[in-house]
Design a protein around this ligand. Structure first.
Ligand code: NAP
Length: 295
């Protein structure tokens, strides 16, 4: 790869990537959602279900609940003990499915080993599936429809790319990671935005070379700082979905930020990039689910 910037992706004047401030974009989106909710004759209802005390899940669920309440939603968290059986969790989901005041249901993952996540996800009413993980919603997205309930993290990434003005149509995009939660729906959304999409994973040959071809690089591998500066094409947009806790307690993304920033055209920090957008998009999905359900 030559050192020339990729078309449509020139680095910011003065060198160094433009930082895409996910906190600021998310705050603006949340404020807009709060305005729309305040104008409704009802409060959209969100129920987040947490099973057990996984420390990361405790933090994520609290963050989601607080954001939902701050935006004017009728939000509540249901906490079930770690030894809850699959049948008990399915009964809780069935009760929430039947409750007309509930517009959105989110069961926080991961679940304890005695519960099959797929069985629980499939039990959620697709119209209330604000995580967008139900096979019906995943299938809609895979068939090219972007008007349904879309997984929050990749949806948030698309908001960030559009907000930053990254050219999408015709761009070579690489998604590093193929999970149901991030990688696959991310690739579908980029494809729907007319990118030329490659999906890379742990069996990909010569990953650095694949990454260097990308004008848009979305990294969701869950490996602290694995993407180095010399994996990145000059001028590329680098979106770091990763969230990893280092042995010293610090949080870091999947991209070596300082190295990448010197080469990229745009970059998200981690934390402070994609994470806040995931929460904002959960609110957006809940509002959309409420409007669709209640006409
Ligand atoms: P996941 O289910 O573990 O998937 C990781 C993907 O990365 C897999 O497809 C895996 O490939 C691939 N991968 C792992 N190591 C690799 C390597 N050395 N080389 C190439 N590919 C590799 O993870 P996930 O749920 O998608 O999450 C990914 C990251 O995003 C995590 O750090 C997670 O904490 C973070 N995350 C952040 C948010 C947010 O809101 N900021 C939301 C969700 C997730 P194989 O399929 O071949 O195994």
């Amino acid at each position: 790869m030559s050192g020339a910037p990729l078309p449509g992706a020139a680095p910011a004047a003065g060198g160094g990537a433009r930082i895409i401030d996910g906190k600021a974009v998310a705050a603006a989106l949340r404020a807009e959602i709060a305005r729309r909710v305040a104008a409704l004759p009802f409060r959209p209802g969100l129920r987040v279900v947490r099973v057990g005390e996984d420390p990361a899940s405790v933090v994520y669920v609290r963050t989601k609940d607080r954001a939902a309440l701050a935006a004017g939603f009728d939000s509540a968290t249901l906490v079930l003990p770690a030894e809850t059986s699959e049948a008990e969790l399915l009964a809780t989901v069935a009760r929430l499915n039947a409750d007309p005041a509930v517009d959105g249901i989110l069961v926080q993952l991961p679940l304890p080993p005695q519960i099959r996540s797929a069985a629980v996800i499939e039990a959620i009413d697709p119209a209330k599936d604000v995580d967008g993980f139900h096979p019906l919603n995943a299938g809609r997205l895979a068939s090219g429809r972007t008007d349904g309930l879309i997984p929050c993290t990749p949806k948030g990434v698309m908001h960030l790319l559009r907000h930053a003005g990254v050219p999408l149509a015709g761009a070579r995009a690489l998604v590093l990671g193929r999970s149901q939660i991030v990688g696959r729906p991310m690739a579908q959304l980029l494809l729907a935005a007319d990118c030329t999409v490659t999906i890379a994973h742990s069996r990909t040959r010569d990953l650095p070379a694949e990454c260097r071809r990308a004008e848009i690089l979305v990294v969701a591998a869950g490996r602290a700082e694995m993407v180095r500066g010399d994996w990145i094409a000059p001028g590329a947009a680098v979106i770091d979905v990763g969230m990893n806790r280092l042995p010293d307690g610090r949080l870091t993304g999947d991209v070596a930020f300082a190295e990448a920033r010197a080469v990229a055209g745009w970059i998200t920090p981690a934390p402070g990039g994609v994470g806040p957008m995931t929460v904002a998009c959960l609110l957006e999905n809940t509002l959309e689910a409420a409007l669709a359900r209640r006409g």
